[in-house]
Design a protein around this ligand. Sequence first.
Ligand code: AMP
Length: 399
Amino acid sequence: MLKPFQDYQFKDQRVLVRVDFNVPLDENFEITDTTRIDESLPTLRKIIHDGGIPVIMSHLGRPKSGYEEKYSLKHVFDYLSSSLGSPGIFSTDCVDEKAHSAVKECPPNGFVLLENLRFHSEEEKGDLGFAAALAELGDFYVNDAFGTAHRAHASTAIVARFFPKRCAFGFLIEKELEALEKVLFRPERPFYAVIGGAKVSDKIGVLEKLLETADGILVGGAMAFTFLGAQGARVGHSLCEPDKYSVCLGLIEKAKNLGKKLLFPLDVRIAQEIKDSAPVKTCLSNEIPEGWKGLDIGPETVELFIRELKNARTILWNGPMGVFEVPAFRFGTEEVAKGIAMASRFGAFSVVGGGDSVAAVHLLGLKNQVSYVCTGGGAMLEFVEGKELPGIAAIREYA
Ligand code: AMP
């Protein structure tokens, strides 16, 4: 059992904290969604409140090689400083003299924000020397970046070995793990998973695992067409992966053998083009005409899915039911989001993860009506799949 973050005291310590400040910026480098920064504030505040100095490290975007203005973490500095109500220093590099002098000059109650880790290619390579250079900046290491916990990068996993008995998860990772462990290891039943998104090939491991742990899976999004196509349906020009037909048939068989529900769309919203102005029709999911694509689940499917969700005591949702980005194909995703919120009001424990599902919940103002919104899409899927996440394993090994 790990010691809870709350029980550590950080007085006079430099605390190297890995956060996920990978926030979206507009063309003027203004933050368009501050959620990821906001979620890290409790951990940073505790360190400052204890009298320690958080030395904050993160990545932002995917810089190709070296510095790129649009990926500089300087764009988040003012927001962070005002949110913490604390004087801070921005270090234009995350290692070497600049970073060391920023830490040295940091006033009490202050913080240091290091420049984007990924301006150094060693970060993503999990380079030991780079991790050692980062480690020199702290007396203690905290990982609070669940979104990158599935990566064995220098700052997310490798650095922990320089802090034996001096590392911990922050409040955010503690919360993420608590919610996901509750769903996967101690679910109140019935437990339903709602899985959507583009490709079945990305989520085969997740579906395999959920067939074992959940009582039922509701499948939407384009990935449903591979399941439908595998069973002989006419899927028209819908996104479909015929090379995964046999895997899908295997999953259907597994569901039957285990007595689990595996539900697919009954009807779908179709169009010839993915654009808002395209004429849209509704048809049976196994009779999509040539030249038409299934782009959302239809009203009968929504009704079916909502009926199942009403009985659920535990719900896990990842992936949109359709091309959620285009308003004409948003209906299914929105209705499922509302259904999950309603089930939660009646006592179900619900966890939502993955970019589009989280965006849907935000867009509809339902964030506080589901039990937990997970900050990591990829990390959540790997966790659900039962994989060991390097960022989680490292703290468990060295704490
Ligand atoms: P994922 O990252 O796998 O969760 O997939 C999300 C993407 O799936 C979004 O960009 C959606 O637009 C896309 N998507 C969902 N349903 C469909 C569909 N029926 N046809 C094409 N793309 C879809």
